[in-house]
Design a binder for this molecule. Structure first.
Ligand code: FES
Ligand SMILES: [Fe+2]
Length: 358
């Protein structure tokens, strides 16, 4: 089979559905894996995810209103609880038991709202990714965001698994000189859940974002550690210390360090919700430093968005046309292999991926 840049979905996995603070603002309408959903906080304070389609006449429930944690359809007023059960039909005393909409397993943990779109009987909470950075706001003050990128979700993993793009796409922010990137030392290893991609740039010039953050005066030893956890997460740890101070041996010395979680939740085959949280590990007691790091990071990711959306638009014209690999693609292919393993395992365990959803 020929390679295609667009990967199918893995259903049996936990995905980020939202940041909790989005849900505090009210109903969130969000399509995940082609399924329109409505997210809200139910009467017990738990986050609920229901299909965004009223079982009466199909109106989007996200057009309705939320009262005391119950969702009232904005068309004829049916009321639903967080499990999707209809609890009120205006003008009618009995509620037939099948008057309900589909609900999805949700777990809120470590300031992340996780959703399971696959077979509910396989939704094992112990498989949710642990992200202890969010448990330590003093050590890792952080800020989060989300936006949609119109590209297959694996474009984001490709992007993070090849850091040579920093020199070209992010020259003005986190990039640095193309020469320093071209001679960086890269290593890639498979892990049980994906792969680990590490990169060292020894004795390299400090990029503008790093200088702004901690005022590097000269050259730096700089590391990037990217762990891909299939299907959709990348945990990133980056840092730099003045050149020649033994950064490889000890990364916990004065310098710069920050950590991110990146997550790509498929919206459609050719779009995804990009979630990221960036944590400041260098001037933790200075809220302005966290804000500044976020304000540098956000536009950097918008630079990636432009590239990925451009790529997708070109690839869509002929999705099966060959893409030519280069040496720098090693981590990208290792990540895609890990994803393929998951896709194959899921297909062989269900027969057809969508069977349980009929
Ligand atoms: S369509 Fe929702 S109450 Fe009629
Ligand atoms: Fe990038």
């Amino acid at each position: 089979m020929r390679e295609t840049a667009n990967e199918p979905f893995v259903y049996n996995a936990w995905y980020i559905a939202a940041w909790p603070e989005e849900i505090e603002k009210g109903l969130v309408s969000r399509t995940i894996m082609n399924e329109p959903l409505v997210l809200f906080r139910g009467p017990d304070g738990k986050v609920a995810a229901l299909e965004d389609r009223c079982c009466h006449r199909g109106a989007p429930l996200s057009h309705g209103t939320l009262t005391d944690g119950r969702l009232q359809c904005g068309y004829h007023g049916l009321v639903f609880d967080g499990a999707g059960k209809c609890v009120e039909i205006p003008g009618q005393t009995s509620i037939p038991p099948h008057t309900r909409v589909r609900s999805y397993p949700i777990v809120e943990r470590q300031q992340i709202v996780w959703i399971w779109m696959g077979d509910p009987s396989k939704a094992d909470e112990s498989k949710i990714l642990d992200y202890p950075v969010h448990d330590q706001p003093e050590k890792w003050p952080h800020k989060k965001a989300t936006f949609v990128i119109k590209a297959n979700y694996m474009m984001m993993i490709d992007n993070l698994m090849d850091l040579s793009h920093l020199a070209y796409v992010h020259r003005k922010t986190i990039g640095g000189s193309p020469e320093a990137h071209a001679t960086a030392e890269n290593s890639v290893e498979e892990t049980e859940t994906g792969c680990l991609y590490q990169r060292w740039m020894m004795n390299s010039p400090a990029p503008p974002t790093y200088v702004k953050a901690v005022g590097f005066k000269g050259r730096i030893d700089r590391w990037h550690r990217f762990e891909y956890v299939a299907p959709s997460t990348v945990i990133q740890n980056n840092g730099a210390i003045d050149a020649g101070k033994g950064a490889r041996e000890n990364q916990n010395q004065p310098g710069l360090q920050f950590e991110l979680i990146h997550h790509a939740t498929p919206e459609t085959e050719t779009s995804f919700h990009y979630f990221f949280s960036v944590a400041n590990g260098y001037r933790q007691d200075d809220p302005a430093a966290t804000e500044q790091l976020f304000n540098e990071t956000y536009p950097t990711f918008l630079e990636d968005k432009v590239i990925m959306e451009g790529q997708q638009a070109r690839i869509d014209r002929d999705p099966h046309r060959d893409l030519i690999p280069i040496m720098g693609d090693k981590a990208l292919f290792t990540a895609r292999r890990a994803l393929k393993k998951m896709i194959d395992a899921e297909r062989s365990s269900f027969g057809t991926v969508a069977a349980h959803r009929a």
